[in-house]
Design a protein around this ligand. Structure first.
Ligand code: GLY
Length: 352
């Protein structure tokens, strides 16, 4: 299995130098977005490895992860004289690394790219594993390719400007990694004080998450099997996220995943006897740090319909990746509408 090159370092200059020396390239470019340029760039703008490069800036936000922004990137690469041997360095959150990875993967049939995630969610999820893409026709990540960055630099340097809700959003994906791997990591995560502002400890935990994801991707880069385990919490999480959007009260992705994890662990307990003590510990942790997504019985039919329309569904059934224990995945479990509603009942008992 091939592992993606991942450098854990707060020395961005040295990391970029090391990576660029290893890539036979002509020009290099930076891609970022307006928010990152304003709030995060000042930390690195004066580094020679950054200052010397032409910078392409797209609009921020998931609404701009679209074909127009990709076209802006391609036009500017052409204007600046990019060739097939050029390299693009994507510095930003998931929008920049997803869109930048896609734009680079198809420009002149593919140029190399490097990801420098500036959010915790980006570092533990979007920037690693080669899922690139843009939203299209009202559908998220509808157009894209699997193509891994040549290298990823993981740094906590950027996180001190992140709002707590952003940190918690990334932490939910880490909690998922803990559930997918081993009891020790899960227990370290659940006992860590997220709000405690301990960057060293966070970096240590973050490294373990990145390696768990990297290993899963190395075993199944195109999501034919094992990689589907990374969808734990997401079938229900996406339904909560869509319902929140319909209520015009959008929630951060990681919050929806955290609530989705509780419901999917309830299902895991119902179907596979996943240990109740761990389910309760996760529910307590999620309630304390993420609050509750409030639902009533009259929301169940809508939520079930949303789960049935999830990307993973093959023919209108609810499809979840569940667990029989920490580290023991039960991929592609088909869940009946009645079981999903029973799990939502238990979620309300645990969380409301
Ligand atoms: N975000 C899930 C995956 O990369 O497969």
């Amino acid at each position: 299995m091939n592992h993606q090159q991942i450098i854990f370092s707060n020395d961005i200059q040295k990391s970029l130098d090391t990576i660029m020396q290893g890539i036979d390239h002509s020009k290099a470019f930076i891609l970022t977005d307006i928010n990152v340029k304003q709030f995060v760039f000042p930390k690195i703008a004066e580094l020679p490895a950054v200052k010397a490069l032409q910078c392409i800036t797209i609009k921020s936000g998931d609404l701009n992860k679209n074909i127009e922004s990709a076209a802006t990137v391609w036009k500017q690469l052409d204007e600046y004289g990019a060739t097939r041997r050029s390299v693009m360095i994507n510095i930003g959150g998931g929008v920049v690394t997803d869109l930048g990875g896609f734009a680079a993967s198809v420009f002149k049939r593919g140029i190399r790219f490097i990801n420098v995630p500036t959010t915790l969610l980006g570092a533990v999820d979007a920037a690693i594993g080669g899922k690139t893409g843009i939203n299209f026709n009202g559908l998220k990540n509808e157009i894209g390719v699997f193509n891994e960055a040549d290298a990823v630099i993981i740094s906590t340097l950027f996180f001190d400007t992140l709002p707590m809700s952003e940190l918690k959003s990334g932490y939910a994906e880490m909690l998922k990694h803990g559930l997918l791997s081993d009891r020790q990591y899960f227990s370290d995560l659940i006992n860590h004080d997220i709000a405690g502002n301990d960057p060293e400890k966070l970096l240590e935990l973050l490294k373990r998450s990145v390696i768990i994801k990297r290993d899963i991707v190395a075993a199944d880069s195109h999501e034919q099997g094992l990689r589907r385990a990374l969808n734990l919490g997401h079938t229900v999480g996406h339904a909560f996220e869509s319902m929140a959007m319909k209520r015009s009260e959008p929630v951060p992705h990681g919050y929806a995943v955290a609530w989705g994890l509780v419901v999917e662990l309830v299902l895991s307990n119902m179907i596979y006897k996943f240990p109740s003590d761990i389910l309760y510990a996760v529910a307590r942790f999620v309630k304390e740090h993420y609050g509750t997504f409030h639902i009533g019985c009259n929301d169940y039919d809508n939520l079930v319909a949303l789960m049935q329309h999830d990307k993973k569904s093959r023919s209108g059934e609810i499809n979840c990746s569940l667990l029989s224990d920490i580290g023991k995945t039960e991929l592609g479990t088909v869940v009946s509408a009645d079981d999903a509603k029973a799990a939502l009942d238990i979620y309300r008992d645990l969380m409301q």
